[in-house]
Design a protein around this ligand. Structure first.
Ligand SMILES: [Mg+2]
Length: 341
């Protein structure tokens, strides 16, 4: 007896109706890069992958919910890019080379034009990093995108949060606070010159995962994390995991021209210290290895800036260039923080 057709439909009376199967086939199946570790990709009950000898898999998953992790009205192509970028950023923080991903899409309707644009943004980034989509799922509901990503790293060389030691330098890549600035611009809470507005919005919608930097930091950095929740919160995770503290010099924070122009309107350095979504790397390095970081930064065209130093005493201390202690303006973004008590 033949299998009955699935009753479930992703449909919208006002647009083309697509069965779930058609949707996957048309936009996602057998598209993009083939990775050598994948024996069997989409189309079966499960994918088959292998891990080369001497390598381990770094695996991460992120769910992005509309209205929580990205604003409503986010363009589909930007969302396709960002949903993958945040997972590749986690792999970068571990020093892993991205290999394959799975994708779960929860959609309010089967809007073919939206899905096509989403897939275009997703696969453009996937192909740039040689990542193969090996499986997925679609359901109907409030818009939510979940990406699981896996990367390869030589056994024993993964960057972890727990390796920072007193005396290590604290680095950040790129510039800080731009995505938070972009969110305020998008929400209409701030006005800016077009070039500053475009630069900040690009950082919000098109973050670039620091994959090449993470790989070059293997055996150089003592600890690393990607900046998803803001420097104060994310460096805090490194300090907790390593059992150390740090002194950060706020005058050293790397800021973009857009941020410098708008800083007086957004509380000075608050977004650079506490704003999320930048997806830069924060990492610690023994001072003797600093020249290697400088060489890597030049080779990749990726600025890496020393913003502080690890200390034995627990806690995060903010100081200015003169060494005057400043108050920390935030505790970082915490999910469900408003629901406690
Ligand atoms: Mg992370």
């Amino acid at each position: 007896m033949p299998c009955p057709a699935p009753e479930y439909r992703v449909s919208d009376p006002g647009s083309r109706q697509l069965r779930e199967f058609e949707l996957i086939e048309r936009y996602f199946a057998r598209r993009g890069t083939r990775h050598p570790t994948v024996r069997l990709g989409t189309g079966d009950d499960a994918a088959l992958v292998c891990t080369p000898p001497g390598m381990v898999l770094a695996v991460t998953v992120d769910a992005l919910v509309e209205g929580i992790h990205f604003p409503e009205q986010t363009r589909a192509e930007d969302l396709g890019h960002k949903a993958l970028a945040v997972s590749l950023s986690d792999l970068a923080a571990m020093g892993a080379q991205p290999a394959w991903v799975t994708l779960a899409l929860t959609l309010p309707r089967g809007d073919a034009a939206w899905i096509e644009a989403f897939a275009a943004g997703f696969f453009a980034l996937a192909e740039r990093y040689g990542v193969q989509l090996i499986g997925g799922d679609t359901t109907r509901g409030p818009l939510c995108v979940t990406v699981q990503a896996a990367g390869l790293v030589p056994d024993g060389e993964a960057l972890c949060r727990s390796g920072a030691r007193p005396g290590d330098l604290v680095y950040v890549s790129g510039t800080l606070g731009d995505a938070a600035l972009g969110l305020r611009l998008f929400q209409g809470r701030l006005r800016a010159a077009p070039e500053h507005r475009d630069a900040a919005l690009a950082r919000l919608y098109r973050p670039e995962p620091r994959v090449a930097l993470g790989i070059r930091l293997r055996q150089v950095a003592s600890a690393a994390i990607d900046l998803s929740d803001g420097l104060v919160a994310d460096l805090g995770h490194v300090l907790d995991a390593s059992g150390v503290g740090a002194r950060l010099c706020v005058d050293r924070l790397p800021l973009s021209p857009a941020y410098r122009a708008l800083a007086p309107l957004v509380g000075g350095l608050e977004l650079a210290l506490c704003g999320g979504d930048d997806y830069e790397l924060c990492f610690t390095v023994p001072p003797t290895r600093a020249p290697e970081v400088e060489r890597t930064a030049r080779a990749l065209g990726c600025p890496c800036t020393v913003v502080g130093r690890i200390e034995a005493a627990p806690g995060l201390r903010l100081v200015d260039e003169a060494g005057v202690l400043l108050s920390v303006p935030c505790a970082g973004y915490e999910h469900f923080a408003g629901e406690e008590g």
